[in-house]
Design a binder for this molecule. Structure first.
Ligand SMILES: [Zn+2]
Length: 325
């Protein structure tokens, strides 16, 4: 895989994804306490207070009934289908505006439970057990792929608009030294529903560094992202896709749950494939970069047009990585 300044793959090529027993990616998402719902029990409910209380209980009952209706599987499914139909119509119009060859396909509803993810065969380190799994494809039978964008040098406002209007999900893996001149750009991205993940402080080649230095590169970026964007990443991608046991140990020590690599890489004018069949497969992770016309032959929008042309022509939809990992 010949790649300029980006994240070329180094690990040995394995067979199919899967492999020996590793741990599943942790999936417990924090539940926020429902503020504004605390009601003091001591305060006597009388007069106006009682009326208010009655009203609140009535409202709560109504909400519960509606919730129960929504919970009816057939109705929920119908409502979902209706919503998706609307979404897809808006998307077709957006696809035209953004000069996409075809309207992006609609991803199926996210799974109720995330799949168990194991390290890809041939990608294990010596003592892989208990360390975050390293994988290039998410186990699924659905015709979906995932789009991930690395580094963060190019901060093209057009990309934010384009992806929002097309409703194409993607995940960003950020390296601080190229991001820090404009954190605001990635804040806007996050506001649009994009999850921000860890791609180290300085984009160093991890296997050349000591455990302590790797830990600094990974864990200080964890802290930085948490401090700047309010959320500690669960996912980490080593620069160039290169790692050793120290990398995974260091990542685990500061909260990384999984290490997604990629099965294909997108450019404005071509794709590069990891697999011998030079094709997409269900659950494949696609890598691309925040780059501009100075670094490659086109804009971010050109790159998205190209990758979506390939993805859609092959019958795949782009799904949200965080719904599965
Ligand atoms: Zn990179």
């Amino acid at each position: 895989m010949a790649v300029g300044s980006g994240c070329a793959a180094e690990p040995p090529d394995g067979g199919s994804s899967g492999g020996d027993g590793s741990r599943a990616a942790g999936s417990s998402s924090a539940v926020k306490p429902a503020h504004g719902q605390q009601r003091s029990k001591e305060s006597g409910e009388k007069g106006a207070g009682e009326e208010a209380g009655k009203k609140a209980r009535k409202e709560a009952g109504k909400e519960a009934r509606e919730g129960a209706e929504r919970a009816d599987p057939a109705e929920a499914l119908a409502a979902y289908a209706q919503r998706m139909k609307k979404t897809q119509a808006a998307r077709a119009a957006a696809a035209k505006r953004w000069r996409l060859k075809q309207t992006p396909l609609l991803a199926p509803a996210p799974p109720a439970r995330k799949p168990k993810i194991t390290t890809r065969k041939g990608f294990e380190v010596d003592h892989q057990k208990g360390l975050p799994p390293v994988f290039t494809t998410v186990p699924t039978k659905k015709k979906i792929v995932f789009l991930t964008i690395d580094d963060g040098a190019e901060k093209d406002p057009e990309l934010l608009r384009m992806m929002s209007e097309l409703e194409i999900p993607y995940s960003a893996f950020l390296t601080d030294y190229v991001v820090r001149d404009n954190y605001g750009y990635f804040e806007k991205m996050q506001d649009r529903g994009v999850a921000l993940h860890n791609h180290t402080l300085n984009h160093r080649y991890m296997p050349a560094l000591s455990y302590a230095k790797q830990k600094k590169e990974i864990c200080e970026q964890q802290a930085k992202i948490e401090k700047r964007f309010g959320k500690r990443p669960r996912l980490f991608r080593p620069p160039y896709g290169s790692y050793n046991e120290d990398t995974l140990r260091a990542a685990k020590s500061c909260g990384v749950k999984a290490v997604p690599l990629w099965a294909a890489e997108a450019f404005p004018d071509h794709m590069e494939w990891r697999e011998w069949d030079r094709d997409l497969h269900p659950g494949d992770i696609i890598l691309t970069h925040f780059r501009g016309k100075a670094e490659w032959k086109g804009s971010m929008a050109d790159m998205i047009r190209n990758v979506m042309k390939v993805v859609t022509a092959k019958g795949y939809a782009v799904a949200r990585l965080e719904d599965y990992v």
